[in-house]
Design a protein around this ligand. Sequence first.
Ligand code: 6PG
Length: 291
Amino acid sequence: MSVNTSKPNIKLSVADTVEEAIKNFAGSLELNAKVSIYARNSFKIGVSGGSLIKALAEDILPKVRTDFSKWKIFFCDERMVPYDHPESTFGVYKKLLLGKFPGLTEESFVPVNTSLPVEEAAKDYEQTIRSHFPYEFKDPLPPGQAHWPRFDSLLLGLGPDGHTCSLFPDHPLLKERSLWVAPIKDSPKPPPERVTITFPVIHKARNIILYLIGAGKADIIKRILVDCERLPGFYINATEPNCNVEWYLDAEAGKLIPRNEPILKEWGSEIEAFTSCTPLWNNDNERDIAY
Ligand code: 6PG
């Protein structure tokens, strides 16, 4: 796959089966971990909740050959409930992952302090993330520029309304351009109170991998990748050169994507960016990003 230096490498992989899609996703995750650990002796990853949790624990991570002791697992978003609550993303990850993968311990996780009020929890989590991503350059930041974390990988989902993390359609948070972590008190997806990373953080990631499996994802994928509806998922992208944005689907999730050129050269194989969606990244004003 050609690596262009100005834009991210956007990739759509539509596997014939769920098993193949999971293998593809695991392969990308393993490679990202290998490169990050080689380069920085650590793998700083942001994970989402929802169906990804069980898939990671049961299907994906067992296929990933890595040194889990080098992993640091952050949360792209978190519900403001106690860790032992069934809706706690950290709580479910802990329950499903701890003790299953040598090297992965409770210290591997960097949870949100959900005992705080949501506004404070967002500020506290941003400071926590800042401590893991210090500004490492000796010179002060140039005027007008901000320091952003660069996650090695962000594992994102896509809700039926096109939300990702806890960034929901038509929500003011979509325009947040200075906070790394923001509070939300009116999430349309319960529970209502959450904290979420913001789009600038998503856009600064080295790799973004989306896990989209099953017929239930087909409609929203079509709305975003084919119809180019400006839903939050439409703006899942990377602003740094040579970053990878990879959508991993099975055939059911991809069944509403036309099979004709130029979107898919052939099913079941990885293809270059879906050219029908060049509006996804056709010019700077589309990026609507000013950090
Ligand atoms: C959350 C998730 C959320 C999720 C999407 C997709 O905590 O609610 O972070 O953003 O990724 O809602 O969820 P499914 O994969 O379960 O459809």
